[in-house]
Design a protein around this ligand. Structure first.
Ligand code: ARG
Length: 577
């Protein structure tokens, strides 16, 4: 069954068509009524008539009495629609019976690659990697829920010239010592020491250069050492993933090295297609429309003058592999904004080579930076720099303290229990993820402990608390969830909540239309706010049984929408807090 917005849009579109073919009304929630359609405005020029007059002609054609109680045209040509309460109630009955809460699986599932997280071996995972990991995971969950075949691909940086020096440093440290340093998360220390030796010790630098050659020629012992480095770092990434509760596993690691054997083929194919140009000794493709600051055409380097391959070669191979071998119809690259041009150029070259066609979409899901409260890097309570694991542990500690503080201030608190630690984890990690997801990904955001852990406002803890509070209504009143049925919507607060709940599939659609998790966050915040107003104005556990049942249905639906919505964001919803 179509969601509420689509149901109304279909009727509107038919009416608009009767006035002027091909008009496209846009429907959005409104303070004036429930929904507002524009559409007359853009037609005014075309038809040479006043928008309000056009809107009135549309309304004359509109067959919508079964869905709407009131349709009114505003002076400037907007069409304001008030949904019929009976229709809303019936749809809420459907929602209550539907485990998917109105979100239908797509009719034709696609194979979608989500390229996210992608930290670099023996380099610190920074907060930017936190963003790609959290955003990518949320998008992967949503697309999976819609029934798509989602391939999570963790394109880790596990190849390149720095590995010569990293391997030599590993040899000097001793394998065990080196590997444990890496898996403990001291990746920066490891890298910097290797770098320091390289810069100060000529013998070390020579060994490192020979190592690169050995690595590239596939020397067994060198590859074995390389694997030790990779495995040590991957253990650290896994520790971060498991604390974060993201769905990435070792099976999703398809790092840069995976494409090594395909790189020569990529160059050959580009050559055969006549796309290669030798520029400063390097093999390049010049995709049209890209220029450097001086206005000169900008090359994408496919093979360096020394014969080596780089980041772009690997990404071209990955696109080709994903489209031709995996059958990807869509590829999402959840990577920071600084790589915008890199992806635009790779996509352009892949299109020139015929790997990307109109049937395949490649999208750079870009995001802004994370800043500390003072505009600098994120620091710990004591001011030092932190590993990501340290940061997540601190989030949990702070959540534990915040929950305990609230408990002691709340006279009817549900006393602490054995799962306090579990709840602190859900709240602390949820707060970090939510503060990231609730910011428009295009924008920079400030990592602010106090704000993300606040129990008021558009925060993770607020939504989790709203959910837990609803569950506690059932627990404390010792009532069970009523059989699904259409609730009565007599009070305006019941009606407003009902309308918000029915908007869930629309919110998910809008979220995925632009790959913007903050839209789903904003929606869940609206639901929690509508629930709060309802709860403050409508007593739930009233004596009148029919009314009590109806209100309990609204409570349960609210909790289910919050819980499913949070889970699509990768955030857990505790039953009590
Ligand atoms: N490892 C890269 C970095 O840390 C990100 C890789 C993103 N994915 C890709 N296919 N290029 O910046």
């Amino acid at each position: 069954m179509p969601d509420v917005r689509s149901a109304i849009e279909q009727r509107l579109a038919a009416a608009f068509d009767a006035v002027h073919a091909g008009a496209d009304p846009v429907l959005r929630p409104s303070d004036r009524a429930d929904l507002q359609a524009n559409g007359a405005l853009p037609l005014a020029k075309v038809l040479g008539r006043a928008p309000a007059e056009i809107a009135r002609s549309v309304v004359e054609q509109l067959d919508i009495a079964d869905l709407c109680d009131e349709v009114e045209v505003s002076g400037n040509g907007f069409i304001n629609l008030t949904l019929s309460t009976r229709y809303l109630a019936e749809r809420l009955g459907d929602l209550a019976r539907d485990p998917r809460l109105g979100i239908e699986a797509v009719a034709s599932p696609e194979t979608i690659v989500v390229d996210y997280s992608a930290p670099n071996v023996a380099k610190e995972m920074h907060v930017g990697h936190l963003r790609t990991t959290v955003i990518g995971d949320a998008l992967a969950r949503m697309l999976t829920f819609l029934g798509h075949d989602v391939r999570r691909e963790n394109h880790i940086g596990d190849w390149g010239t720095p590995f010569g020096m990293l391997i030599e440093h590993l040899v000097d440290l001793g394998e065990e010592e080196g590997a444990s340093e890496l898996s403990a998360g001291d990746l920066t220390g490891f890298y910097q020491q290797a770098r320091a030796s390289f810069d100060s010790d000529d013998g070390f630098a020579d060994r490192s250069r020979r190592r690169v050659v050995l690595l590239q020629s596939g020397d067994d012992e060198t590859l074995r050492l390389w694997r030790v480095l990779v495995a040590g770092s991957v253990r650290y990434f896994d520790a971060v993933y498991s604390k974060l509760g993201v769905q990435l596993t070792d099976d999703d690691i398809v790092g840069e090295s995976y494409y090594n054997d395909m790189l020569a083929g990529v160059v050959e194919e580009l050559e055969a297609k006549g796309l290669l140009v030798v520029h400063d000794g390097a093999m390049c493709v010049f995709p049209p429309g890209f220029e450097n600051r001086n206005g000169d055409p900008l090359p994408l380097i496919v093979q360096k003058s020394d014969g080596g391959y780089g980041y772009a070669s690997t990404d071209l191979a990955a696109i080709r592999h994903r489209v031709l071998d995996l059958g990807a119809q869509r590829m999402l690259y959840v990577v920071g904004a600084p790589q915008k041009q890199h992806f635009q150029m790779c996509f352009a070259v892949a299109a020139m080579a015929g790997w990307l066609t109109d049937e395949t979409q490649a999208i750079h899901v870009s995001f802004g930076s994370v800043l500390g409260a003072d505009g600098r890097m994120v620091a710990t309570r004591t001011g030092g720099t932190v590993t990501l694991v340290g940061l997540l542990d601190e989030a949990v500690d702070r959540a534990r303290a915040a929950i305990a503080g609230r408990r002691s201030a709340d006279p009817n608190n549900e006393a602490g229990s054995d799962d306090d630690d579990v709840v602190a984890k859900m709240v602390g990690i949820g707060a970090v993820k939510y503060s990231d997801l609730s910011t428009d990904r295009g924008r920079d955001y400030v990592f602010d402990w106090d704000r993300m852990l606040a129990f008021e406002g558009n925060t993770g803890p607020y939504l989790q608390y709203a959910h837990a509070r609803i569950r506690s209504i059932f627990r404390r009143g010792d009532v069970s969830v009523p059989a699904p049925a259409a609730p009565a919507l007599r009070d305006p607060h019941e009606r407003a909540l009902g309308l918000a709940l029915l908007w869930f599939p629309v919110a998910l659609d809008d979220t995925l239309a632009t790959y913007s998790p903050h839209k789903l966050c904003g929606y869940l915040f609206d639901v929690a706010s509508a629930f709060t107003s309802f709860y403050e104005n409508c007593r739930v556990l009233v004596d009148d049984e029919a009314q009590r049942t109806s209100r309990l249905i609204l409570c349960d639906l609210s909790a289910r929408v919050l819980s499913l919505g949070l889970s699509l964001l990768g955030i857990e919803a505790p039953e009590r807090m």
